[in-house]
Each structure stands twice: as C-alpha cells, then as structure tokens.
Design a binder for this molecule. Sequence first.
Ligand code: SAM
Length: 246
Amino acid sequence: IGSLFLVATPIGNLEDMTYRAVRTLQECDIIAAEDTRQTRKLLSHFEISPSMLFSYHEHNKAASGPELVRYIIEGKNLALVSDAGLPAISDPGADLVALAISHGIPVIPIPGANAALSALIASGLSTNTFTFIGFLPRERKDIRTVLSPLRSAQGTLLFYESPHRVVKTLAHLQEAFGNRQIVLARELTKRYEEFLRGSIEECTLWLAEHPPLGEYVIVVEGESKEDAEIAESAWWRQLSIEDHVA
Ligand code: SAM
C-alpha cells in the first residue's frame, strides 16, 4: 500500500516552496492537482517531471477520489496539491483524506504556506484562540446562519475573500458584529503585500477610494475592545469587593 502526501505549495511567493515539498513531488508516482495547468507551471519551475498528473477538483472528486485511492492501495505514492497553500483548507482534499483513512492509507502532511495563519500571525490581533471560517456562503440567509453564533465567540475570526466580494462581506460582518477592529491582509507573500488595520467602517471607506485588488484574508477581532474593557473592569470590581469581604 502507498501513502497519501498532502503537499503545501506557495500562496504567491515561490520561495515558500519547501525542500521537502520538492522532494516529495519528485518521488511520488502520481501528483493529483486541483488545476493541472497551474500545477504544471509550478512543477516546471522546480524542474519536477511527474510520471502522472491527475486532475482532482471540486467537480470530479466524487469519481476521481475512489480512483486515486485504488492507485494508492495498489502501492503507488500519491501527492495531493491544490492551487495554493495547504490542500484541504478551503480547497478540495478533505474528502480524499477521509476516504484514504477509511481504507487504512497512511496520510502524511507536508506543511508549508497557508494564507489564514500567515495573516493571523502578522495581524496584531489575539492568536491565543481563533476560528477559521474561510469563505462565507453566498446566500444572505446562510451567511446569517454562519455569522450569528460567532458574535459571542471569544477568539479572532479568519475569513477568506475574493476582491469582488470583500466590500459586501465587510457589510455582512458589520451587520453581524458591529464596527469591530479588523485587519485586511492582501496579496500575502507577494510584491504588493499589504495589511490594512482599522475598524470595519474605516476599512470600508478605504476600499471605496482604493478598489480591492488581489486576494484577501479578513481577520476580525473576537470581541470589541469596549466589551472586553467592560468585562475586565467588572472582573476587577468583583475582585476588589471580594478582597474587601476577605
Ligand atoms: N489552501 C489555501 C491556503 O492554505 O491558504 C487557500 C485556498 S482558497 C481557494 C483561496 C483563498 O485564500 C483566497 O480567496 C484568499 O482569500 C486566500 N488567499 C490565498 N492566497 C492568498 C494570498 N497570497 N494573500 C491573501 N489571501 C490569500
């Protein structure tokens, strides 16, 4: 039986490809890719010539998943890559991983670039607890279903968004959470990497003057500073009352 390798690829900057990713892609019998044209470019940059490049994406995964699993059971090592970053994070892959595990196939992560965590660590917002949401659904009703329970979530929230929808998404976030502090991380690892820090309103105003371009991670603070301060001062009050009593 072979193994399933989940290989991270760069999210913009080719220097983020790891040595281990290159070696794994060189050594695997099959590379399954979300967009084979895009992956071919990456492979040729690193002078990797795959013996077999297989297409695995959202629309063919139901059929190609079992086929890939069959190859692995026959003894082939398979590397899964997505267009960018970690496969299975807002990318096809999670289903293949589950299928492989159900057949007793070893699954080996080859870590590397990821947009959400790169944005989080440079955001300046709390990294202690965070929730990754990725892309919001398209329908207003579904958006509400996702956002309402997050209103009282303690940690930082991480969203993915395209330039076409980022302004609309900010409006949804403001409606759900109020005017919280956010960080818009744009074009991470690329030439025009940019971090915009401010309230949702401030960032929306900025985007009205500077139309959104490139890919975005929206990092949202977990609870407004005011709420946190109120909660903290209540805690101190309670503590000093207890001191008094003691
Ligand atoms: N698998 C990827 C990962 O590990 O981050 C995510 C793939 S998802 C289909 C694509 C989304 O990730 C984009 O719409 C954007 O929100 C975010 N993204 C990917 N690359 C980015 C970058 N260089 N800068 C900012 N966001 C990025």
